[in-house]
Design a protein around this ligand. Structure first.
Ligand SMILES: CC(=O)N[C@H](C=O)[C@@H](O)[C@H](O)[C@H](O)CO
Ligand SMILES: CC(=O)C(=O)O
Length: 320
């Protein structure tokens, strides 16, 4: 059995991290775009890990996040998923980060404690978004309460104001944070504010990681000093973005831009068609050949033609 006290691997999180989709059963009647049956499908996780490793060269995952529809899952479902991701990733993935944020502090603490029990490599937490923290100080206190339920696990704040509506400057939030959260190890920064990003990076001690989450403009964040990236599109453009990062690291900005511009072309095409988690998930099904099923309501199942049109765009941008 796994023990709660097992020391968590505390290696700096860098490079590409795929924010995973949650496999859901696609059985049962589907009327129009409404799935009538929506159960998590744990058997989809093993093949998904093999695909990321072999086809995308991605060895790190961020599970039960936005892309994984965590806020539409029950606490019990999130535990089962996190456990299966950790079990199947053993010996295959370098790191599994489990997002544990919920609207309720109690549920968040329960998931944080569970992540330690299953020996996840770290936890991430979004700001609660129904009752929102009124200031950076309040948010820091909320995060401190969560971290205290899993004090041995590397802890990351997941900044995603477009979804949470919580617009605190991250630089303000992290002021002195290690004094109250000794396990604090960094930020997953999903916002286009490169000024706040830069200030976070310049404030960060060497053992923290600042990971960028707007896939459309990763290169700008790398120039600012981001240590890596967490994103939904790395599920299917990870192999190309690995090349973007290598080109950036060797100083080949022409090549890095060429790849970034291709990704921008793909995503601007997708965004014009309406690019939500449902479309993204169906695009992943089409590109990977995996069957991750439909999303769960209120996210709608993507009409097949829409995902196919984006897949065709992908094939024209990235031929072979
Ligand atoms: C709001 C959101 O979920 N952002 C994702 C990661 O944080 C990104 O990976 C986007 O899905 C991606 O940049 C496409 O817009
Ligand atoms: C992109 C990301 O980090 C998420 O889906 O949570």
């Amino acid at each position: 059995m796994m023990s709660i006290m097992a020391p968590a691997a505390d290696k700096k999180l860098t490079g590409l991290v795929a924010a995973t989709f949650t496999p859901i059963t696609s059985e049962g009647p589907i009327f129009f775009t409404f799935s009538q049956n929506s159960e998590i499908n744990l058997s989809g996780i093993g093949p998904y890990i093999d695909y990321l490793k072999e086809k995308q060269g991605v060895n790190k995952v961020f599970v039960n996040g936005t892309t994984g529809e965590s806020m539409s899952l029950s606490v019990e479902e999130r535990k089962l998923l996190a456990e299966e991701w950790c079990r199947k990733a053993k010996g295959k993935m370098d790191q599994v980060i489990v997002h544990v944020g919920c609207l309720s502090l109690k549920d968040t603490q329960e998931l944080a404690h569970h992540a330690a029990q299953i020996e996840a490599d770290g936890i991430a937490v979004i700001a609660p978004s129904f009752f929102k923290p009124s200031s950076a100080d309040v948010l820091r206190t909320f995060l401190q309460e969560v971290a205290s339920a899993a004090p041995t696990l590397p802890f990351y704040y997941y900044h995603v104001p477009s979804v949470t509506g919580v617009n605190v400057k991250v630089r303000e939030l992290i002021e002195g944070i290690e004094k109250v959260i000794p396990s604090f190890r960094g930020i997953k920064f999903t916002e286009s504010d490169l000024m706040d990003l830069g200030q976070c990076i310049s404030y960060s001690p060497p053992h923290w990681s600042v990971l960028y989450g707007v896939d459309e403009q990763l290169l700008g964040a790398l120039a600012m000093g981001a240590h890596g990236a967490v994103g939904s599109t790395y599920n299917y453009v990870g192999c190309h973005v690995n090349k973007l990062i290598s080109a950036f690291e060797t100083g080949d900005l022409v090549q890095a831009r060429t790849i970034q511009f291709k990704i921008q072309e793909l995503l601007s095409f997708a965004i014009k068609l309406g690019f939500d988690v449902g479309v993204n998930k169906q695009l992943m099904n089409e590109l990977s050949g995996l069957d991750l099923g439909p999303p769960r309501l209120p996210v709608m199942t993507c009409p097949a033609a829409r995902a196919l049109a984006i897949k065709q765009k992908y094939d024209s941008i990235f031929p072979e």
